[in-house]
Ligand binder design. Structure first.
Ligand SMILES: [Zn+2]
Length: 256
């Protein structure tokens, strides 16, 4: 089994950058490019040389480093077909069901629209990791800027349907803020209480709460639990559809 090295680092105010490195094939990818200088520092820290940038969506805090990194490293830029015209320097555009070969690893493409219309999640089954950009966060989900609530629910549920032990890497550290809202949605959820206690300890130590896992989010994240009867009941919407419950809690969070 080939080994994938992963280096997570903070960027900008509250973004995360990630480098993945397949030593066997000598390839390194930056997942998104929040800031060229911070990615370059991460490359110096690891000693890896950038060969790819894999882009989840077009927002500036995920793409503004691409042009400078591509001119320095000549790396290949791969991103979502649905918003390819908004990704600077894109070489290859990927859509639902495509499998991109990165070194010795298959990268499966899941379209996860809602936050943006073309947003994709990159899933590496052999490494048991997924890069879900701004779709799912620990105890939260991205704002629905371009798509509909129904689309965003389908996207969140698609990530929730990955194997339970899949590690989820997302674009931001929002966990304690998300926790304050999640507590108001499902007050009786013991798994949520435990999750929050662990997250607080990590943040007090200056550690990231990313990655999380599908299993942990299914147990505690209200947005991934919109299809649970107990969550619908907790917000006074027993019998409503999962998409309706999801839309209601997303709107509550927007106004929280
Ligand atoms: Zn975004």
């Amino acid at each position: 089994m080939p080994k994938l090295d992963i280096h997570l680092f903070p960027a900008l105010d509250d973004n995360y950058g990630v480098l993945i490195h397949d030593a066997g094939a000598n390839v390194t990818a930056s997942i998104d490019a929040p800031d060229a200088k911070t990615v370059e520092k991460a490359l110096r820290d690891t000693g890896w040389s950038l060969t790819h940038i894999l882009v989840t969506h077009h927002h500036a805090d995920h793409t503004q480093g691409i042009t400078a990194l591509k001119s320095t490293y000549g790396c290949r830029v791969i991103g979502p077909k649905g918003e390819a015209e908004k990704i600077p320097g894109i070489d290859e555009a990927l859509a639902e069901g495509d499998v991109y070969r990165f070194g010795n690893f298959d990268v499966e493409v899941l379209e996860t629209p809602g936050h943006t219309l073309g947003h994709i999640t990159l899933y590496l089954p052999a490494a048991k990791i997924a890069f879900c950009g701004d779709t799912v966060f620990p105890l939260g989900c991205g704002r629905v800027f371009e798509g509909t609530m129904d689309q965003m629910w389908s996207s969140v549920a698609k990530i929730g349907a990955l194997p339970a032990d899949t590690a989820l890497y997302c674009g931001h550290e929002y966990t304690l803020s998300n926790a304050r809202f999640a507590e108001t949605v499902e007050t009786g959820n013991g798994a949520l209480k435990d999750y929050i206690a662990t997250a607080k300890t990590k943040r007090e130590r200056g550690e990231p709460t990313v990655p999380t896992t599908v299993k942990a989010e299914l147990a505690a994240n209200p947005f991934l639990r919109a299809d649970r009867p107990e969550l619908a009941a907790a917000i006074g919407m027993a019998g409503a559809s999962a998409a309706e419950v999801f839309g209601e809690i997303r709107r509550r969070k927007d106004n929280f």
